[in-house]
Design a protein around this ligand. Structure first.
Ligand SMILES: Cc1ncc(COP(=O)(O)O)c(C=O)c1O
Length: 472
């Protein structure tokens, strides 16, 4: 049968892979692209974490489609301006280098182009997602009917959890319903409240202790005063790994209170949840097994390529009660339910593939070593910093932030700007969070390429910054 030619194609590379023969042009296109990526990854130490902003290639499509050489040249330009997580000094955020198996799984995921909306569009992958979520929830010690769904990011997992919680308590028509979360909980909760049509005051902040953990006494007091006001609380959100210092709220105590009061307990363990996977660190998140729902982001530490977040629930059927609508244009699910009825997203890619393959690549030993080493690097840097001159915010995980003691807020801000710049000149990238009105420099120790010698240098530079503090 004669082929209908593709119009506007200047290159010998076909825009769609042939369904009946192995196309050598496609093979060499993929090989060349992989080669360039490997080159980019392997030259990370020479470049630095944050390249200067360079020109993007031309943005709109041309009249005629581009050849493979020009497409690769376009990609090259974008890569040259990209943030480089594989540089050993890339310590600013929860964005570690990618696992190699995860990169490959992402490529395969794009190539197979399945859709987690419905089982007939992703037969093996729908099953894989179900089973992997179950594995995770069992690993966290959640009950037998637990499970979950993948989401593109922790913000979405948190939003879905709160929607499920409100639905479960039948409070979706109560404009006065409240959630309680610590003063250090993540901003995604404020966004979730907006999307759910609630007033900003519906998110009530509970003070934290000096270690950054939600105060149990304050939680009890706030619950009592809500009762006096006649307002219902539909969820307590505990954080396992706060964003600035990695504090872990007292999960077991919060779980006891929530269950006594008949309130949903959501644990935002976007950062800390993965520590439950290893015997050596699981005690850090004791009590997580009692949660009604958990957000967990393997993208933040394990090197699973973005995005990779899971919403796990103690009772899988709660997801369906909140999100199932029926999919009248799709064959019935042959497993438990279509992915599109387990959460807010409809069409979505099989993100679970890179999570699954990445974990298989690491194995139990690799997972444990990533977690242990991240904590070890944080402890090492902590010891090297001048604790008498720095205020240090840290917790039991791999995050640490510091700011010179006794500075006015404007001085701390000026110090953070100038020190971050000096550090960038030395190819260390730290972030500049504001915590309780004061600027800090924060390091996240999830980068496996960071050696202790790098941390020695980082500590020297930070300690030196104390010698030239800005005037008031
Ligand atoms: C504790 C916590 N929860 C939720 C999130 C949101 O995750 P995402 O950026 O994947 O939406 C973050 C992000 O840093 C976080 O630190």
């Amino acid at each position: 049968m004669g082929r209908i030619p593709y119009i506007g194609q200047a290159s010998s590379l076909e825009p769609f892979a042939s369904p009946d023969h192995l196309d050598p042009q496609l093979l060499s296109f993929l090989e060349e692209a992989s080669g360039r990526l490997c080159q980019w990854l392997s030259s990370a130490s020479q470049t630095g974490p944050l390249p200067p902003l360079n020109n993007l290639p031309e943005v709109p499509p041309r009249i005629e489609g581009l050849s493979s050489e020009l497409l690769l040249a376009d990609l090259q330009l974008v890569m040259e301006g990209a943030y480089q997580p594989s540089h050993p000094g890339a310590l600013a955020h929860l964005d570690p280098p990618p696992l190699t198996a995860s990169i490959v799984a992402d490529l395969i995921c794009a190539g197979i182009n399945n859709n987690l909306l419905a089982e007939e569009l992703s037969p093996s992958l729908s099953q894989l997602e179900r089973e992997l979520c179950q594995w995770f929830s069992e690993r966290l010690g959640m009950p037998r009917h637990s499970g979950g769904v993948a989401a593109s990011g922790g913000s979405l997992s948190n939003l879905m959890a709160l929607v499920v919680a409100r639905q479960h308590l039948n409070l979706q028509n109560d404009p006065n319903a409240v959630i309680l979360a610590s003063a250090d909980s993540h901003v995604s909760l404020a966004k979730a409240i907006r999307v759910m049509g609630l007033a900003p005051e519906s998110l009530q902040r509970v003070p934290v202790d000096k270690e950054g953990r939600l105060s149990i006494e304050s939680l009890k007091e706030q619950l009592n005063s809500l009762k006096r006001e006649g307002r219902r609380c539909f969820a307590v959100v505990a954080t396992a790994g706060t964003t600035v210092r990695g504090a872990i709220d007292p999960l077991a105590d919060i779980a006891d209170i929530s269950s006594r009061e008949g309130i949903w307990l959501h644990v935002d363990a976007a950062i800390g949840g993965v520590f439950a996977l290893s015997k050596s660190t699981s005690s850090l998140v004791d009590g997580i097994s009692k949660a009604d729902s958990v957000t967990l982001n393997p993208q933040k530490l394990l090197g699973i390529t973005k995005t990779s977040s899971l919403l796990l629930v103690a009772k899988r059927s709660n997801l369906l009660s909140a999100f199932a609508t029926g999919l009248p244009y799709i064959e019935p699910a042959w497993g438990e339910a279509h992915g599109g009825e387990m959460g807010l997203q409809g069409t979505r890619s099989a993100e679970v593939l890179k999570l699954w393959l990445g974990l298989r690549q690491l194995g139990e030993i690799g997972i444990q070593s990533l977690l242990d080493q991240a904590i070890h690097r944080r402890c090492y840097l902590h010891k090297k910093l001048d604790g008498s001159a720095f205020k240090i915010l840290s917790g039991p995980l791999h995050l640490i932030a510091c700011s010179p003691r006794d500075l006015a807020p404007s001085q701390a801000k000026a110090w953070s700007i100038s020190t971050r710049k000096k550090l960038l000149d030395e190819k260390f990238m730290l972030s500049r969070p504001v915590h309780e009105g004061c600027y800090y420099l924060k390091a996240v120790m999830g980068n496996p390429h960071t050696q202790l010698s790098h941390l020695d240098m980082l500590a020297i530079l930070l300690n030196q910054s104390l010698g030239a503090l800005p005037d008031e």
